[in-house]
Design a protein around this ligand. Structure first.
Ligand code: ADP
Length: 530
């Protein structure tokens, strides 16, 4: 067979030639919609590449992006690597101090930034000097003379542009982990890892995206490659619907009404708040019938999967992490379970799913030995494969994150059932150990969120002189609903032993979120330490 290097340039060329009429819709800050055809996307991405080369970008250098989800960010996904550069997505929800530190650590040479995010850039500009700051006039205001106007920058004749030659292991993109423990670390993706991940993610039993689909990623393009959606959609010429900065449930539903996506992706917190809206105002809001949704990044409550089914949506649960490009498992009904009635399928949907092809997954106990796939034996999830990080940027050896035989330690604690369904029970740093026994915070949260009065729940460990740690439940009630701590404990007692029940239940207005929209347990632990 021919030894042709895997390359994401192939996806761009294919899109330009085969799908010129496919659409990219982006929502601007003023909520108006702007539409591009793939033919324009192709021309503009190559224009960006030609302009970056002309500006002196050398192979392997980083170009950072500080952008919402929109057409220009998509152009960066392909145009920066086409110039031989590495697209480094900066997470705009981090503090200015953290963003500056990350940009300096990655030695980003240039920056592409939304005009509406310039105030954020100005807060960290002293921490890292970019040679050139290219401003996307997304909000529509004229770009100041001190910066380069993205539209003018890319408006070059790129018809004869030649891709910068590369090997398949050369880097295309980079993303820092959120650094909840210690400083963030840079994960670098290659042409090869990206193509293999794209082919894997779009299997029929995974995303199964087809020409007739239109996709709304509520997953940020600034984190974990937007779960790989930009690559998969461009590969198959699929319509993309970008929400821009508007991620409130009303805005997403409104966009769904207008553009009728068939597929949407996001973390559970987004869909939990959307559910409240759907339930409170069925006269006003409806989901596009038959919409499929990939939900992951944090535990997905079974109650939420069931509720969405009642609204005509099908939720697919996935698990992964930045280091895994990011997809590791997807929940679908395996052949031997197809006979199950719908009701008995829900527990499988609520699990994190079956390992993706071309990667290996094992559950390792504290002694380092592999645990049985019996649905009971608990251990750390470890993974290995061609789209899984082997090291971090500037950290060639990290014994805490990699085993001696080279597997990535995910820090997630789980069981694997005999059918190969992974069930995440906790993150190692969120574990609750009470009286010498582990309590699964994820199981407890799931059951709490199945209570009719509960909108959201996060369970954390608080120190206890007698039991070492005790669970504390943080609960947000649905508007107009009531529940007492005692009622919630009785509800939990249906599946938890008495000693496992949370001693304290705290009712909150909202649960604090991390930069990627997950429940921020570290913050909760700080809040309730005393
Ligand atoms: P961070 O959460 O630190 O920002 P990532 O976005 O890489 O970093 O998140 C990866 C982590 O998210 C996983 O290690 C896991 O703890 C959690 N996670 C992802 N998907 C799921 C899921 N379906 N169920 C439970 N936890 C999940």
């Amino acid at each position: 067979m021919q030894r042709v290097p895997l390359s994401i340039h192939h996806l761009l060329e294919r899109a330009g030639r085969l799908y010129p009429d496919s659409q990219i819709v982006s929502r601007r800050p003023d909520k108006s919609l702007v539409r591009h055809r793939y033919a324009e996307f192709y021309r503009r991405a190559r224009g960006l590449a030609a302009a970056l080369v002309a500006a002196g970008l050398r192979k392997g250098e980083r170009v950072a992006t500080l952008c919402w989800n929109h057409h220009a960010h998509l152009e960066c996904y392909f145009g920066i690597p086409a110039a031989g550069g590495v697209m480094h997505t900066l997470n705009l929800r981090l503090s200015a101090e953290e963003i500056g530190w990350i940009a300096a650590h990655a030695e980003d040479r240039m920056l592409v930034v939304d005009d509406v995010l310039l105030p954020l850039y100005e807060q960290f500009r002293d921490r890292h000097r970019f040679e050139r700051v290219i401003v996307v006039p997304f909000g529509g205001a004229p770009v100041e003379a001190a910066y380069t106007d993205y539209e003018q920058f890319i408006a070059v004749e790129a018809g004869g542009f030649a891709y910068v030659p590369h090997a398949e292991d050369d880097p295309v993109a980079m993303c820092y982990t959120s650094g909840t423990t210690g400083r963030p670390k840079g994960v670098v993706y290659s042409h090869r890892s990206t193509i293999l991940h794209t082919l894997m993610a779009n299997q029929p039993d995974h995303w199964g995206l087809a020409a007739k689909d239109s996709v709304l990623p509520a997953t940020p393009m600034f984190h974990a490659n937007c779960w790989g959606v930009p690559y998969a959609c461009v590969m198959m010429g699929i319509k993309l619907i970008f929400p821009g900065p508007h991620l409130h449930p009303e805005d997403l539903l409104d966009l769904m009404d207008a553009e009728r996506p068939t597929y949407a992706l996001g973390v559970p917190t987004i869909w939990l708040s959307m559910l409240q809206l759907l339930e409170a105002r069925p006269d006003r809001w409806r989901l596009p019938p038959g919409i499929r949704m990939l939900v992951g990044g944090a535990p997905v409550p079974e109650a939420m999967i069931r509720a969405y089914r009642r609204h005509g949506a099908q939720i697919c649960h996935g698990w992964g992490m930045t280091e895994m490009s990011p997809l590791g498992t997807i929940s679908y009904v395996k052949p031997e379970l197809q006979h199950l009635p719908e009701e008995e399928r829900y527990p499988y949907f609520a699990m994190a799913g079956v390992p993706a092809p071309i990667m290996d997954l094992r559950i390792a106990g504290e002694d380092g030995r592999e645990r049985a796939w019996d649905g009971r034996s608990v251990g750390e999830v470890q993974v290995r494969g061609p789209f899984i990080a082997g090291s971090y940027h500037e950290v060639p050896h990290d014994p805490e994150k990699f085993t001696v035989d080279g597997w990535l330690r995910t820090g997630d604690v789980a069981t694997m059932d005999p059918h190969g369904y992974l069930r995440i029970t906790d993150r190692m740093k969120d574990l609750i150990k009470s009286g010498g026994e582990w309590i699964s915070s994820v199981d407890m949260e799931n059951l709490l969120m199945a209570h009719p009065a509960v909108a959201e729940a996060a369970v954390i460990a608080v120190p206890d002189p007698k039991w070492t740690e005790r669970p504390l439940a943080c609960v947000v009630l649905k508007p107009g609903q009531r529940a007492t701590p005692e009622e919630l404990r009785t509800h939990l007692a249906s599946r938890f032993a008495k000693w496992q029940l949370p001693g304290r239940v705290e009712f909150l207005e909202t649960i604090p979120r991390t930069s990627t929209g997950k429940f921020w347990k570290l913050r909760l632990r700080e809040m309730f330490r005393g």
